[in-house]
Design a protein. Structure first.
Length: 204
DNA sequence: CCTCTGATGGTCT
DNA sequence: GACCATCAGAGGT
């Protein structure tokens, strides 16, 4: 995808990214996955965002430009990947939470031998990130660069009635903001309740 | 089916 | 030193 296509409000970008394909190439091979679940983190007034308390070395990439990867380390052992959207003076990105593996299931399984889904799906942001083989070395990677080892490919926009929404997962703040989006009925999106905090409903 | 917990270290106050 | 945008496995409050 082009930078212009990605330089939009992160909440709109989250919806736009559903169905799009992320490709990761390495010496091990190629994994491509179709995004099925994402979350938007936008602006200085979003208490769940890493940027809520201002610009720091960690969140630097979130301040733009659009189309770059923001990869962060969490819980002492996992990485999560985001795609930066329009910043326009405000930081913003979309967390990649789940996807269907459309190519490289064998490699995906090799990278996550114990993950649910047996390599055909990547459920959860840390699983998705490791299935793509991404870590801190990929922080800041340009997804719009044809030479990049990580790229993003557009899909036809998903019809509104195929998109479900709900509160973001694992955040204590802003539980009332429904900035989690997923493909209704996708096998990559777990219906498993996490800590009784997940509440959502498909629109169609 | 469900809920709870240990693992493990970077980041910021 | 508290707080994590988590995962997978264990065990039944």
């Amino acid at each position: 995808m082009t930078r212009a296509e990605l330089a939009i409000d992160p909440v709109d970008l989250a919806r736009r990214l559903l169905g799009c394909v992320v490709e990761s190439r390495s010496e091990q091979g190629v994994v491509r996955l179709r995004l099925a679940e994402v979350e938007a983190y936008r602006g200085l007034d979003d208490p769940a965002s890493h940027c809520y308390r201002g610009r720091t070395p960690r969140n630097e990439v979130m301040w733009g430009p659009a189309g770059h990867l923001y990869v962060y380390f969490v819980y002492g052992m996992h990485f999560c990947a985001n795609i930066v959207g329009l910043t326009d003076g405000q930081p913003g990105a979309v967390l990649l939470r789940a996807g269907e593996v459309v190519e490289g299931a064998e490699l995906a399984r090799l990278r996550r031998p114990t993950a649910r889904g047996r390599g055909e799906v990547a459920r959860g942001p840390a699983v998705l990130t490791s299935v793509l083989g991404l870590d801190r070395a990929h922080n800041g990677a340009d997804l719009t660069d044809p030479e990049s080892s990580v790229r993003l490919f557009a899909a036809d926009p998903v019809p509104e009635d195929r998109i479900a929404t709900g509160p973001r997962v694992g955040v204590a703040a802003a539980m009332d903001i429904p900035w989690r989006f997923w493909l209704a009925g996708s096998p990559a999106v777990s219906t498993y309740r996490r800590g009784g905090r997940v509440r959502a409903r498909a629109n169609g």
